[in-house]
Design a protein around this ligand. Structure first.
Ligand SMILES: Nc1ncnc2c1ncn2[C@@H]1O[C@H](COP(=O)(O)OP(=O)(O)OP(=O)(O)O)[C@@H](O)[C@H]1O
Ligand SMILES: [Mg+2]
Length: 237
């Protein structure tokens, strides 16, 4: 694996045992490699394994078989503590269902990654405030998740992912709950991160316009890769 490789996935398979005793394979022998600064969109119908693949790549879950090497670390074989360390060092993740901490305010949620590293403090708080301002939530610092709309929660989740200054950002439907204007602003932020900090992007989306901004589009169906087009981006960054 070259030094520039950010993510390498090799014959990744994920199966679940069903209540009926059958084995359900939701991801089947998926392989790909992404360099630092690359952009990948993962598309495909509901239930095709997109979120499962993203979770395995980010070290949130372990594969049934196959390998994931993230920033040079083989995370597929690691225990939860070791994976958490790799995630906290390298990864930003925007979940399909946001996963904000309900007992923390918007500002406190954005601060979670730095607090976990023991690096909280006035400078980090100022950065968290500036990120919330960039996603248009200046007036919402002290709102709890239940006091935010779905799209606002999504924007807090995005600010939190940026707070980690990740080398690689995974986004599961980052524009799914947003109106067109807000979605466009979020997309600019995400691709801005890619341009300014060379953050690698892996986006799951049903939005083809967003997918086409990525250099590569991978289509899943029934847990398998059915197409993988490289060099499709309309614009070069
Ligand atoms: N814990 C689990 N146990 C059994 N099956 C699961 C589990 N988690 C997910 N699945 C199944 O895996 C398949 C893929 O799920 P996944 O969430 O990856 O789909 P997706 O492509 O992200 O779909 P969507 O576009 O609806 O978000 C689904 O059919 C789902 O039912
Ligand atoms: Mg999903």
């Amino acid at each position: 694996m070259s030094e520039q490789t950010m993510l390498k996935v090799d014959r990744l398979t994920k199966s679940y045992g069903t209540a009926g005793g059958r084995l359900l394979t939701v991801l089947r022998e998926v392989s790909f490699e992404l360099g630092a600064g690359a952009t990948l969109a993962i598309v495909g119908p509901s239930g095709s394994g997109k979120t499962t693949l993203l979770g395995l790549c980010a070290g949130l879950d372990r594969p049934s078989s196959g390998r994931v090497v993230l920033a040079g670390e083989s995370i597929g074989e690691m225990d939860e503590d070791a994976r958490a360390r790799v995630r906290n060092d390298h990864v930003g993740f925007v979940f399909q269902n946001f996963q904000l901490v309900p007992t923390l305010t918007a500002l406190e949620n954005v601060m979670v990654p730095v607090e976990l590293r023991g690096e909280g403090g006035p400078a980090a708080e100022a950065e968290a405030q500036s990120l919330l301002e960039r996603v248009g939530l200046k007036e919402r610092y002290d709102h709890y998740p239940v006091q935010l709309s779905g799209g606002e929660q999504q924007r807090v989740a995005l600010a939190r992912a940026f707070m980690n200054r990740p080398k690689i950002l995974f986004c599961d439907e980052p524009t799914g709950n947003l109106d067109d204007d807000t979605a466009a602003a979020m997309v600019e932020l995400i691709f801005g991160l890619n341009r300014e900090r060379r953050t690698t992007l892996v986006l799951v989306t049903h939005n083809l316009e967003l997918a086409r901004r990525c250099e590569r589009i991978m289509r899943l169906k029934g847990g398998s890769v059915v197409s993988d087009e490289v060099g499709v981006a309309h614009e070069t960054h």
